[in-house]
Design a protein around this ligand. Structure first.
Ligand SMILES: NC(=O)c1ccc[n+]([C@@H]2O[C@H](COP(=O)([O-])OP(=O)(O)OC[C@H]3O[C@@H](n4cnc5c(N)ncnc54)[C@H](OP(=O)(O)O)[C@@H]3O)[C@@H](O)[C@H]2O)c1
Length: 290
């Protein structure tokens, strides 16, 4: 199988690059801007045909949640039109797709972990554009999987873990929101799941038209709990103080509750998911060894 990874220099794409050396049965082609812009259809089509691509893992996205409130057009172009381009090009070669989406398609007013069939209702531009991207996949005729994930971090790129470690080293005290609850996800674990899905059951895995799955690490945390764990595991002596969302206003509204139910992905692909704190330890030790 020849797998194209788009947006390959981001958090998830970089973890896929690291992991690719353990999946020698696949040929990987890693592409990101400026070499491959998913908003440019002919670039995508050309890359897929010249490299005989039969599967894509789409990690390319506009992920700046707050900036998206102003940059609506660009966010829509990447998160929706770009996904449509990939689907259209894959449809011509009957290729398979794993597309990554987000917990931000939900409004966060629930109190039970969200299941794949629960009503979506994004409350911001980023979530709206990601939902629109999901619909491009759902309405297509290709064999595809959409994986919604949450609170992604990694040893690569910019993320909450690295920000907390940096700020924790500079300050004695930090206020972190305790009234938004979700599950942190190590991008390395998500990368592994994407490749396990392609390996599962001799490639006959993505056979039904389009399936939506939820994936995060196990357990539940507030951003406050997450920050406390980062400081403890990272050995940073900074006091973390719980604050309310209203004390930290941001341009984009965020869901208050975005825990995902992962029963379906665990059952269909027989996977075990690590507890979020254990995966956080893995990431911080990877950061320390970099
Ligand atoms: N980060 C989170 O907390 C989170 C949570 C839930 C779901 N997700 C989803 O998980 C997926 C992976 O996220 P991530 O955190 O790995 O994202 P990321 O680190 O922001 O990486 C995205 C990559 O896509 C690239 N890109 C942007 N526009 C592109 C275009 N037009 N064509 C090709 N590549 C383009 C970016 O390049 P530049 O850096 O140059 O723009 C970047 O390298 C995304 O679908 C995201 O929506 C993320």
């Amino acid at each position: 199988m020849n797998i194209l990874v788009t947006g390959s220099n981001g958090q998830l794409g970089s973890e896929l690059q690291d992991l690719s050396t353990s999946f020698l049965n696949f040929n990987f082609i890693f592409k990101d801007l400026p070499d491959l812009d998913i908003c440019n259809y002919s670039e995508i089509e050309n890359c897929i045909t010249t490299n005989n691509i039969n599967a894509v893992i789409n990690c390319a996205a506009y992920t700046a949640v707050d900036r998206a409130e102003e940059d609506q057009q660009i966010a829509q172009k990447v998160n929706s039109d770009g996904v449509f381009n990939i689907v259209k090009a894959l449809s011509k070669v009957k290729g398979k797709l794993i597309h990554i989406s987000t917990d931000y398609v939900f409004d966060g007013n629930g109190y039970l972990p969200y299941q794949e069939f629960d009503q979506v209702n994004p409350i911001g531009v980023y979530g709206n554009t990601k939902r629109s991207g999901e619909l491009s996949v759902i309405n297509s005729d290709i064999d595809a999987i959409i994986i919604r994930t949450s609170w992604l971090y990694s040893a690569y790129g910019n993320n909450f873990v690295k920000t907390m470690l940096r700020l924790g080293g500079e300050r004695d005290e930090l206020g972190v929101i305790f009234d938004q609850v979700g599950t942190p996800t190590n991008a390395a674990d998500l990368a592994k799941v994407c490749l396990d899905i392609f390996s599962y059951n001799n490639e006959s895995n993505i056979s039904e038209k389009c399936q939506v799955y939820h994936f995060s690490n196990e357990g539940v945390a507030s951003w406050y709990d997450f920050a406390k764990a980062i400081m403890a595991i990272g050995g940073v002596k900074c006091k973390v103080k719980p604050i309310e969302t209203k004390e930290y206003p941001t341009p984009a509204k965020r869901p208050h509750f975005s825990v995902l139910n992962k029963s379906k992905i665990k059952k269909d692909f027989e996977i075990k998911i690590p507890y979020w704190r254990d995966s956080l330890e893995e990431c911080i030790s990877k950061l320390n060894n970099k």
